[in-house]
Design a protein around this ligand. Structure first.
Ligand code: DSN
Length: 425
């Protein structure tokens, strides 16, 4: 059979889009050749249900070694005691944790989606809000910071079985010790979902939840710069404090419960080609070069936020500690939807995003979320941030002016087109 030119031409088109554009979606990144090649390898041919050394298929000797290396490297990266690297995504990782820790109808307390949380933290349109009883905390209206008093208040009133911290659109560090105090008072477990800031936590630029939170999940493709996927980790001393049991009624360790909740609980065969790519990414993340990368990503975001403030933009919480910035566009008279749709015409990719206390629907929104993981992987430094913010500002303040938008597109292509998709610098 001949090569599928239809699909491969489209892949080439997508590569050109990525090369020439300015990628500012906070949850996206570009991967190294090592990560990319592992995903496109013969490992995709292999079934390996089960865990290393305990599989339901023969011929797993090699993939066992790969999966063990991924686990070992991940534990080293975050100071974890145990990990499962099989979740196909962050949502799958969270589904497994909820299945392991809760009975249908149990209460969870999560960060409100419209304040920056995630669908799997209890949204009513997600399994987490349908199978369990969700309650929420949010941010303080004045400061834009997580309202721990509200978290405490709701926790005391509802006594949830699980408190979830972590976000998709929150630019500040978390107070894990405070959350632990609240959880201990009401007898709850804590799930920290670090999908967004994982890379900055791994390199010590942000607080590590491992010391305070019972279970930690993450995606591997955002700041961690690995393949699309998820992981679950356990820190020291948190082994099943409430004596949770799996279906057969046996008391089990938390590690065994979580393993069972991934497979057979919520998934079938693991994606060993993706697990190999995770192992490569974790190996890269343990290097000094990756630490330099995460510092640059953080610096780029901080300078970018300052530039937006100088131009009169309203940044939720006034700035950023991590890789992302949430901008309320109401003062500019533009919706998130219009900003996203117009910026993309200039080859600038962002996503519309709800802002806390938003007056628009999730399909329109009042804000945009911007992040620096991807452009930093392409070698963009902080001295280029003023120019990038100027380009974004030009589009937003000339939302109906096709000439200006076309001029910005030319400048974006000049700025980005000559750079490789991924650079070690
Ligand atoms: N969709 C991801 C994000 O963009 O943050 C979260 O799952």
């Amino acid at each position: 059979m001949s090569k599928d030119t239809q699909i491969f031409n489209l892949i080439d088109q997508e590569k050109e889009r990525q090369l020439h554009g300015l990628e500012l979606i906070a949850s996206e990144n570009f991967v190294s050749d090592g990560v990319m090649n592992s995903m496109g390898s013969v490992l995709t041919n292999k079934y390996a249900e089960g865990l290393p050394g305990k599989r339901y298929y023969g011929g797993c000797e090699v993939v066992d070694q790969i999966e063990n290396l991924a686990i070992e490297r991940l534990c080293k990266l975050f100071g974890a005691e145990w990990a499962n690297v099989q979740p196909h995504s962050g949502a799958q990782a969270n589904a497994a944790v909820l299945l392991a820790c809760l009975k249908p109808g149990d209460k969870i307390l999560g960060f409100d989606l419209s304040h920056g949380g995630h669908l799997t933290h209890g949204s009513p349109v997600n399994f987490s809000g349908k199978l369990y009883e969700p309650h929420f905390y949010g941010v303080n209206k004045e400061t834009g910071l997580v309202d721990y008093n509200m978290m405490e208040e709701v926790a005391r009133k509802e006594r949830p079985q699980l408190i979830i911290c972590g976000a998709s659109a929150y630019s500040r560090d978390w107070d894990y010790a405070r959350i632990r105090k609240i959880a201990d008072e009401v007898g709850a477990l804590i799930l920290a979902d670090i999908s967004h800031p994982a890379g900055l936590i791994a390199t010590g630029l942000l607080s590590n939840p491992m010391e305070h939170c019972h279970i930690v999940t993450s995606t591997t493709h955002k700041t961690l710069r690995g393949p699309r996927g998820g992981v679950i980790m356990l820190g020291k001393n948190f082994d099943n404090p409430f004596g949770l049991k799996w279906k057969n009624g046996n008391p089990k360790s938390m590690a065994a419960l979580l393993d069972a909740a991934v497979f057979p609980g919520t998934q079938g065969g693991p994606l060993e080609h993706v697990i190999a790519a995770k192992a490569v990414a974790f190996g890269e993340a343990l290097s000094d070069g990756y630490k330099t990368y995460t510092k640059q990503m953080q610096k780029n975001a901080a300078v970018m936020a300052e530039e937006f403030v100088k131009r009169g933009y309203s940044i939720i919480s006034g700035g950023t500690d991590n890789h992302s910035i949430l901008i309320d566009l109401r003062s500019k008279g533009v919706t998130g939807k219009d900003a996203e749709n117009t910026l993309v015409k200039a080859d600038i990719t962002v996503n519309k995003n709800m802002v806390p206390f938003d007056t628009e629907s999730p399909f329109v929104t009042s804000g945009i979320r911007i992040g620096t993981p991807a452009l930093t992987s392409r070698g963009v430094k902080e001295n280029e941030m003023p120019q990038i913010v100027e380009l974004i500002d030009k589009v937003i303040t000339n939302i109906d002016n096709e000439t200006v938008i076309s001029d910005v597109k030319t400048e974006v292509n000049k700025l980005m087109g000559h750079r490789p998709l991924f650079t070690w610098e």
